[in-house]
Design a protein around this ligand. Structure first.
Ligand SMILES: [Zn+2]
Ligand SMILES: [Zn+2]
Length: 342
């Protein structure tokens, strides 16, 4: 099959003919890819910033935001049949460790993460496990929902953490209105009662955010911190969901957060430096949020089927992966992009 291989950090991917994945465990499933979402994590993998944490297995196929059809099943698979359309939870978790038993797939002690620690979905076929699959509702096309597998649940989990604090009269600032942000706005509308302030570097993405329910929009520019403080009557916002996670967004967030406020870090790549004096004096909560568990993906798919969450996505042929990654890096993508095998 054809697959995009990451062979060397900071180099374009290479489109190569490799062996099809094969079933090695009774619960393995091979998926015929219908769509693979393109994520900023893919850029971070190419930059090599995951290498220290995950020991990136070069060369390998990236792509962790996948949906498609069941193509082949292991001898122990009982809940799916060949041909079933499915969305793929990003990790194949073991089901046996304490984290799995608590439902926290992302914390699995024996986790396999196709697209990060094993071959992923920028390819014609992908190997995962039965545990990772959710059947699509009738009439739902894999390419139209693939980004919900990662961008979607990442926004969902962060909003689930923030929503109990999003009481009427509070202000929630959402930073970054791209693939995750445009979904996070809709979920905050659905689950919270805060006034939502959307922030982005791009007017078009801010327009999309207001179409999806943001009350205010703030363009990233000089004076934006004052603008946010003004919108929150000079006290700062109660909640920030940072879907970008650069040195700059971390630093700015600490200036825009109200005393007692909560800062949810979802995007990553930068470093957050906060004097402990400020943490105690301002009583701020700093909370990390990582992707989402299987049940959260299940719930999100149900919300999507009800028409409550819209995904703004554009499809490209799989062969254009490097061009799409370049566009993402340049910040000119609105919503999410999905690679579709020809
Ligand atoms: Zn991702
Ligand atoms: Zn486990």
């Amino acid at each position: 099959m054809k697959a995009w291989r990451l062979k060397e950090f900071n180099q374009p991917l290479s489109f190569e003919e490799i062996d099809d994945p094969v079933i090695t465990d009774p619960t393995d499933v091979i998926i015929k890819i219908g769509g693979a979402g393109v994520c900023r994590t893919d850029l971070h993998l190419i930059e090599g910033i995951w290498d220290e944490t995950l020991k990136t297995p070069l060369p390998f196929t990236i792509g962790h935001e996948n949906a498609g059809w069941v193509h082949e099943i292991g001898s122990g698979v009982t809940t799916f049949e060949v041909g079933d359309p499915v969305i793929v939870h990003p990790v194949a978790s073991c089901g046996k460790c304490l984290s799995c038993r608590a439902g926290e797939d992302m914390h699995c002690e024996n986790l396999v993460f196709p697209g990060l620690t094993a071959d992923g979905g920028y390819a014609e076929f992908l190997k995962t496990s039965e545990r990772a699959l959710i059947k699509l509702e009738n009439g739902v096309e894999p390419k139209d929902v693939a980004p919900l597998a990662d961008a979607g649940i990442t926004a969902y989990r962060a909003v689930q953490k923030a929503a109990p604090l999003a009481k009427p009269g509070t202000k929630a600032l959402l930073i970054g209105m791209g693939g995750l942000g445009h979904i996070a706005v809709q979920l905050m509308r659905e689950f919270g009662n805060s006034d939502i302030i959307a922030m982005d570097t791009n007017e078009e993405r801010l327009k999309l955010a207001s179409d999806y329910g943001a009350d205010e929009s703030v363009l990233v520019k000089d004076g934006m911190i004052e603008e946010v403080l003004h919108l929150s009557e000079a006290k700062g916002v109660d909640l920030i969901i940072d879907l970008v996670g650069t040195d700059q967004t971390h630093e700015d967030s600490m200036k825009m957060l109200k005393k007692g406020g909560s800062y949810f870090v979802v995007g990553y790549g930068g470093a957050l430096h906060v004097p402990s004096l400020n943490i105690i004096n301002n009583e701020v909560n700093i909370v990390g949020s990582l992707v989402g568990n299987y049940n959260q993906l299940y719930e999100l798919m149900k919300l999507h089927a009800k028409g409550k969450i819209h995904l703004h996505s554009t499809s490209y042929p799989l062969s254009e992966a490097n061009e799409v990654l370049k566009k993402l890096d340049e910040g000119i993508i609105n919503g999410r992009t999905v690679l579709v095998p020809e």
